[in-house]
Design a protein around this ligand. Structure first.
Ligand code: IMP
Ligand code: MG
Length: 181
């Protein structure tokens, strides 16, 4: 094992486990959409760019990929629940079968905002997909595809960042508490 970055406490999910789970999720989506025709995957930048790319390449149903960028106010671990749209889709989604692809759902504010916003554009259907979910008692938004449940710690890697660092780690790692608190 190579040395971990000094900010990292431990690896929570290995690269192999992530890749295996992403393949399972792609197979599940393939089953659910086999007669749907064209699907649109909407990857949420920046965190979900790697997951979206891997999921898309493992899916067999015909689909296109588009992106939106969303930001919570505040930079790092101290999200306050206000969400703003930084970059919108290139194409309308009216009458399309849409799957929103997120990296991680914590409070659910971001996914809830996305769900409301996209529903308002009258897609043929709308489902939510997230690779990671932190343990919460209740969420306002339905999650249709969830990869892994995670403990309530700050994680980085596989697209997820801390202040824009550590995104390219191939695994999911827990950041040391003193780094983010
Ligand atoms: P929510 O709105 O509280 O559900 O937060 C979701 C967003 O916060 C995600 O799209 C991530 O960008 C970010 N986020 C939440 N927890 C983490 C984490 O542990 N590591 C990296 N980003 C996170
Ligand atoms: Mg995000």
């Amino acid at each position: 094992m190579t040395d971990l970055h000094p900010d990292i406490e431990r690896i929570i999910i290995s690269e192999e486990d992530i890749q295996r789970r992403v393949a399972e999720m792609a197979a599940e989506i393939d089953r659910d959409y086999k007669d749907a025709g064209q699907v649109v995957l909407i990857g949420i930048l920046k965190g979900a760019f790697i997951f979206t790319a891997d999921l898309s390449r493992k899916m067999n149903v015909p689909h296109s990929v588009d992106f939106m960028s969303i930001s919570s106010y505040g930079d790092t671990a101290k999200s306050v629940g206000a969400v703003r749209l930084i970059l919108d889709l290139r194409k309308p989604i009216t009458d399309r079968h849409v799957i929103v692809v997120e990296d991680i759902v914590d409070t659910g504010h971001t996914m809830n905002y996305l769900h409301q916003t996209l529903l308002g554009r009258n897609p043929a259907s709308l489902k939510t997909c997230t690779l990671f979910k932190k343990t919460r008692d209740s969420l306002d938004v339905p999650l249709d595809y969830v990869g892994f449940d995670l403990p309530d710690v700050w994680v980085v890697g596989y697209g997820l960042d801390y202040a824009d660092t550590h995104r390219t780690l191939p695994y999911i790692a827990e950041l040391k508490k003193e780094v983010y608190s």
